[in-house]
Write a protein that binds this ligand. Structure first.
Ligand code: FAD
Length: 441
């Protein structure tokens, strides 16, 4: 057992009560056994943990909400520096900012901001960590109006590789701040707090439309030419369940009146008449709670992503249909997120998040419960992603995938060169490293 002198916060050692739950991330495809998990209560606990890990030559990982697709926030035989209990929030309604502890999860943050009639554009699932999501970009149902989550960042507070607490913003450590907006996940230091620009919000209108699988190509064909170009106040997604596993479903949030949304949806509705349709008004928080769905502590899955820069050709649509008609089950789908709007108005090199000109992000998803289902599902995901490569470009950092061999270019495009420079400047000894961390060279 390692000595824990110098480690402060709530420390859980291997084998101690609470260890079994603490050692798991959201994705139970992974079962790792860290030696120590430290739940930090303040920045000093984080600093002590970084210094302790270095002194004891112990591998370590940083964990926010534990939702990494590849469990990058866990390490066998090492230390997990968990910031999920850094839960302070200070809202300055007049100044339009919120200072948020790195432990917040999405829905609790929406709830805290909503009490003041405010929000940020962020993710959909209730329990995803604000930390990882923001540092890798951050997309959700307000992104076409307000941008990626990282576009709304004003400052990060970070414990650096030497255990010192620094702030990065447009005024201080500007290159580091640039890098943290799209590539800040576990690469340069541990972020302990975020300052966000917040936006007033009240009622919104939301919609759901469904179609049968037989309409798949017609729906995708129309939606891809419509959703990324629609009014910025509308952010729309399209979910394609595999054949016999569910419907084709489009959902979206419009920050405006229901009757305006009805108008905006008419072209889609007329192009491919849906089987069911619902268009309603609700407060933003009611819509966010509804879209977050039921809270699950864990799931077993393999997901990956790709960006669509040009609408899919008929050939691409045929491949899409082929894979969705031949899925291993029990739960396979592809999700389309509409980009454009405020996301696309930021130049690709203005932040580390590079995929500004993409029209759509697609996410290939596969979930199962029995171990024997893992192999056919992971193969299906990888074969599907590979078959679509001629029609897609890059991948989303937050949907990390160990099977993407050219991941630095896929996630960061041309921004990888500057990221390596920032890495050299802020973590020259590569203290923060894991399977897909920014390399020095
Ligand atoms: C169910 C589910 C729903 C999702 N929905 C969305 C969505 O709607 N929109 C979207 O954009 N993404 C979404 N994601 C992807 C999500 O953004 C990423 O998985 C993200 O990395 C999760 O962050 P986390 O803090 O929960 O994860 P963690 O596993 O804790 O961390 C992920 C990575 O970030 C690093 N990291 C975490 N905290 C810090 C910190 N404080 N300082 C430095 N590095 C840190 C970790 O070391 C790790 O490398 C979803 C993921 C899941 C599993």
């Amino acid at each position: 057992m390692p000595r824990i002198e110098g480690l402060t916060g709530r420390v859980i050692m291997e084998g101690e009560p609470g260890y079994e739950e603490a050692r798991l991330d959201f994705n139970t495809r992974f079962s790792k056994f860290p030696k120590v998990i430290v739940y930090c209560m303040n920045e000093q606990d984080v600093a002590n943990a970084v210094i302790w890990a270095r002194k004891n030559k112990m591998p370590f990982r940083v964990r926010g909400g534990g939702h990494s697709y590849e469990a990058f926030s866990l390490v066998d035989g090492g230390l997990v520096i968990d910031v999920s209990e850094l839960l302070h929030v200070k809202i300055d309604k007049i100044g339009g900012t919120a200072h948020v502890g790195a432990g917040y999860r999405i829905l609790p943050l929406y709830e805290a901001l909503w009490k003041q009639g405010l929000t940020i554009p962020s993710g959909t699932c209730a329990t995803t960590g604000v930390s990882g999501l923001t540092l890798g970009g951050g997309y959700g149902y307000l992104s076409r109006l307000f941008g990626m989550t990282c576009d709304n960042l004003l400052e990060v507070e970070m414990v650096n590789p030497w255990g010192r607490i620094i702030q990065a913003s447009e005024e201080n450590h500007t290159d580091l701040f640039w890098a943290c907006r799209g590539a800040g996940d576990g690469n340069f230091g541990v972020i302990t707090a975020f300052t966000f620009r917040v936006h007033p919000i009240g009622d919104v209108a939301h919609y759901n439309m469904t179609w049968d699988f037989s309409d798949l190509q017609k729906v995708v064909g129309f939606w891809q030419e419509w959703a990324p170009y629609s009014d910025d106040r509308l952010t729309s997604t399209l979910l394609l369940h595999a054949q016999d596993q569910g419907a084709i479903l489009s959902s979206g949030i419009y920050v405006g009146w229901e009757k305006e949304l009805r108008q905006l949806l008419r072209p889609l509705q007329e192009a491919v008449p849906p089987k069911t349709i619902s268009i309603r008004s609700a407060s933003w928080i009611t819509a966010a709670r509804m879209l977050a769905g039921t809270m699950t502590r864990h799931a077993t899955f393999k997901n990956t992503s790709a960006y669509v820069y040009e609408p899919f050709s008929d050939e691409a649509l045929s491949i899409l249909t082929h894979y969705l008609s031949n899925a291993p089950g029990p739960s396979n789908l592809v999700m389309f997120d509409a980009y454009g709007g405020a996301i696309g108005r930021v130049p690709p090199d203005a932040t580390a998040f590079v995929h500004r000109r993409a029209l759509i992000m697609i996410q290939y998803q596969s979930y199962w419960e029995n171990n024997r289902e893992e192999s056919p599902n992971t193969q299906w995901i990888e074969q599907f992603r590979s078959a679509m490569l001629p029609f897609t470009r890059g991948a989303y950092r937050n949907y990390c995938d160990l099977l993407i061999s050219d991941w630095p270019t896929a996630y960061f495009g041309e921004n990888i060169a500057k990221l390596k420079k920032v890495k050299k400047m802020y973590d020259p000894e590569n203290v923060f490293h894991y399977e897909q961390s920014i390399p020095l060279e």
